[in-house]
Unconditional design. Sequence first.
Length: 280
Amino acid sequence: MPSLLKCSKYVMKHPFFVVSTLLMITVSCGNSHVSETTYDTNVDTPPIHDSVPEIPSFAQKLIECYPETIVGYENDSIVFADGSRMIFDDGIVRSDMQILEGCDIEDMARWSYNDSIRPFCDPGRNRCEALFKKMYGQSAAEVSKHLRTIDWCPTLVGQKVQITTINHVDVQLQKVSEELDKHPEFKPYLKNSGTFLWRVVAGTERLSPHSFAIAIDIGVNKSNYWKWDNPKASEADTIIYRNTMLKEIVEIFRKYGFIWGGNWYHYDSMHFEYRPELLD
């Protein structure tokens, strides 16, 4: 009772202080309540991560197939081992005919190599020339610095061929040679008629893949070429497909990363070219 009387007297003597204190307590309690309801521990909040741009699948394939020359992808550019870069997709929309005349890296994946042959589709024939020059050499002299001479089917044919050592193309072609050399029945198809030669594709201004020492032509007398079979036709004309190259030979080349020119609408069935990025 004495404590209660003391409190009453204090309130009568200091009414302003008491009222102010009560208001502060009320506000504090109110804020505490809001704080508790805002941070509800029962609500699942997803973690926050920095977004990482996805590497295009074809760019990733290039990195996997050419690890010694192409080491990464960043800001829409292929990154090379020497630190230089090249635009992957320049944003230009090209027709099927236009990408044969010149394309960016992304355009090289326009057609799937594993599709059946379709009109005007030449998977692998649409090459970004700047990319091949960067990897293998800007001139005949530069490409020549990296050539290796290998024995081509020594038992059945006994020829010497020159191929680039960059990206281990020479190693892969040597494996092809060793496997083909075990099949006497293939002999009529195996004579080499050309590997390294700095030149343009006939009737165009485009450099042939032979310029970079990544291709080989074999069995000319057993092969078909769209220009030979259609001498008056242009790349925009409809043609009839022909081929006499053995499927078994094509599969051996494919096993070691080489695509076949007979898989093009504008067929070149003697032609094999190291392009593992196009194969599954």
